[in-house]
Ligand binder design. Structure first.
Ligand code: GCW
Length: 681
């Protein structure tokens, strides 16, 4: 529908006549509590969604005595006799949750959607519509839902000139030039899409920040966006450049312990809250990749973060301080540096500070073991940072279903409090009883017609939101929901295409970075292979730093006999990673430098096994193409063709990766390619 603009909110007309009747019966007498912008937004969505799906108008009732078919209201305003029948613990449902249940009341069957707060109603409406899009039978529904994570956030890396760092879907959505007066319809549709999956926070600007976003002219524009997002439960955050007091405040220093600097931030924060009373707070990249920070003044991360936290605290604002730090002057293995720098500060950050940590210790690779900081800072609120934009995953050209990657990390066991201490439990705050929990995703959204460039990249935005709401749902469930809401409910379409999505992540690992290889991308842009690059000014940017291929073998020895990065994990985990025999082979060359004739679990030697992995990746893309070809009858020609063309590029580039990497590594291994690997052209 509409070349992807509608995302998963296309609300396709329901074809099945029985279902249509069931759903239409629901709309005969609807009571919808009025009273706020949030409720109005929810009601509007219900009308749009249902009318499109059912092809008829809804019948709303105002009078309290009507026998309703659908009742949507806050728990406190519903007849207590009816609330009782919902048999839900509304304390547990919390401020953002909802209950959706079919009940019999006074002899009549009806569906009730109830929540404690308006925002719960909005989330419930979106879920109800989503269930209808999936053509679920609602006659005996019982759904009690609430988010497991407090802050469900998108991080836009959008610059003020509308370019997007690592953005592959056009330019930034934020039209600073025309704001604040001109409100693009896209802002609203963006807010709807986010609310539909529970995203409640967005940082508008690049973490490589420009101080000007904090000047009055821009703040007024930010405030206009915040006004659009507010009815959808979304709070706005901004990135704060640490040196802003000097750049836009005329001060001589940005030292966090300097009284004038502290006053400047206090005043700035007060100015922001006067314009945006529900402003979320600051996201900060400091002393990382050349960004200014407290270390410029001999201070540390605690000094910097807590200074901003103090300014924000009276307004309930948050500081999200990133842990993505590493230095070319530090001889330590890059994978160890963030842990070394942050873990000693455990317990020292203010209550309104969250430390945002990437899922792995290097940088959003196709596969990384979980970041050792997870589980290692029990007295700090650690927030997850995933990347939705595909910087190291073929940009918006390759079809890669990222919830597979997210789940792998979330399900990893840190063993920090014994078996079962998963990363998900660290992130949702349940393991260490954090006050505030959070998950951020680096946005893949731009002003392309379909928002994300690749139509299937929409599934990564969708999937990120669903996992931020509930990190325990499966990637398969997410793929299923998304496919049905976006394309079709026909099982002949959904089943094979879902399989295709589920293998896509392993495919990209296989044709780019199998067996734990990482960071062998071409320089700067990170598109395509560059394992041979070795002469960059910063040694830890060179791919050769990571694969360490030589005549003897390949891989980075991070075991106890090497950099001992394994020592940053809990004993049980370290033990598994330390021994190549027990180390999961997905991480083999991440943790070990092994001879070319090292025997893999399948009996092959390392060289042959690696070559066949590259080949497997190519074969998997071929399978994906076959699957998509068979999907053709179930979708429009445009929908078919768009993905088909992209898959063709993906195949060509999977072959490119295989050929380039094998030819290069072969100069060290000096071994012939095993049977089954197609000859490089
Ligand atoms: O992945 C790297 C990117 C940079 C990015 C940095 C970060 C915003 O290559 O473009 O800068 O990470 O996360 O700060």
């Amino acid at each position: 529908a509409h070349y992807g603009y509608d995302l998963w909110l296309g609300y396709e007309k329901i074809g099945n006549p029985n279902l249509l009747k069931e759903y239409k019966d629901l709309t005969k007498a609807i009571y919808f509590e009025d009273g706020s912008d949030v409720l109005n937004a929810a009601k509007k969505e219900l009308i749009t969604g249902m009318e499109k799906m059912l092809g008829s108008t809804l019948n709303f009732k105002e009078t309290p005595n009507t026998n309703y078919t659908l009742l949507i209201a806050k728990a406190a305003t519903i007849d207590p006799a009816l609330t009782k029948k919902l048999s839900a613990n509304f304390y547990e449902v919390g401020s953002e949750g909802f209950v959706l249940k079919s009940v019999i009341h006074r002899g009549k069957k009806l569906i009730v959607l109830a929540a404690n707060e308006d925002i719960g109603i909005l989330y419930g409406v979106f879920r109800l519509l989503n269930l209808m899009q999936q053509q679920k039978d609602l006659r005996n529904i019982t759904l009690i839902e609430y988010p497991k994570i407090n802050l469900r956030m998108l991080n836009h890396w959008d610059n003020l000139d509308r370019t997007v760092e690592r953005g592959y879907a056009g330019y930034s959505l934020w039209n600073w030039h025309k704001l604040p007066e001109y409100i693009d319809q896209r802002y609203l549709d963006y807010a709807r899409a986010n609310a539909s999956i529970g995203i409640n926070a967005v940082s508008l600007t690049n973490v490589n920040a420009n101080s000007h976003i904090l000047t009055p002219m821009y703040l007024e524009k930010v405030s206009a966006l915040a006004n659009v997002f507010r009815p959808y439960g979304i709070k706005v955050y901004l990135t704060a450049r640490f040196s802003a007091p000097m750049e836009i405040g005329g001060l001589k220093t940005a030292d966090p312990l300097d009284a004038d600097v502290r006053q400047w931030w206090n005043d700035k924060v007060n100015e922001i809250y006067a314009l945006i009373p529900d402003f979320g707070g600051f996201l900060v990249k400091a002393n990382s990749e050349g960004q200014p920070g407290p270390q410029n003044y001999g201070r540390n991360h605690v000094d910097g973060a807590n200074m901003l936290a103090q300014a924000l605290q009276p307004h309930n604002g948050l500081v999200i301080w990133r842990a993505f730090v590493y230095s070319e002057h530090d001889p330590e293995d890059r994978a160890k540096q963030a842990y070394s720098e942050f873990v000693p500060f455990d317990g020292q950050f203010s209550d309104n500070v969250l430390i945002q940590t990437k899922n792995g210790a290097i940088d959003f690779q196709p596969r990384e073991p979980f970041h050792p900081m997870f589980g290692a800072m029990p007295n700090t609120q650690l927030m997850m940072e995933f990347q939705i934009t595909q910087e190291y995953l073929g940009f918006s050209t390759h079809l890669v279903f990222l919830p597979q990657l997210y789940k792998e990390v979330l399900d990893s066991d840190t063993y920090s409090k014994g078996k079962g201490s998963t990363v998900a439990k660290v992130v949702d705050g349940s393991l260490d009883r954090n006050k505030i929990s959070g998950m951020a995703g680096v946005s893949n959204i731009g002003n392309d017609l379909n928002w994300t460039g690749h139509p299937f990249a929409q599934a990564n935005w969708y999937g990120f939101g669903r996992l931020a709401w509930d990190p325990y749902i499966s990637a398969e469930t997410i793929a299923d929901e998304w496919l049905k809401a976006t394309y079709s409910n026909d099982p002949n379409f959904v089943d094979p295409v879902k399989k295709m999505m589920l293998i896509s992540r392993e495919a990209v690992v296989n044709y780019m970075n199998p067996l734990g290889l990482h960071h062998i991308f071409d320089t700067g842009h990170h598109y395509g292979p560059g394992p041979w690059v070795h002469d960059l000014s910063r040694p830890e940017w060179n791919p050769t730093y990571y694969h360490k291929a030589d005549a003897k073998g390949i891989g980075f020895n991070r075991s106890h006999s090497g950099s001992n990065a394994t020592g940053q994990y809990a004993t049980e985990v370290a033990k598994t990673f330390n021994d190549p025999k027990t180390c999961p082979e997905e991480y083999l060359l991440w943790f070990h430098h092994l001879p070319w004739d090292y025997t893999l679990k399948n009996g092959l030697n390392l060289w042959d096994g690696m070559a066949l992995k590259y080949q497997e990746g190519v074969d998997q893309v071929e399978e994906m193409i076959e699957t998509w070809n068979k999907a053709r009858p179930y979708i429009t020609h445009e929908e078919y063709q768009e993905v088909q063309m992209l898959l063709k590029i993906q195949l060509k580039e999977a072959q490119w990766w295989r050929n380039a990497c094998l030819l290069y590594f072969q100069t060290y291994s000096q071994k012939a390619l095993p049977a089954g690997v197609e000859k490089s052209t």
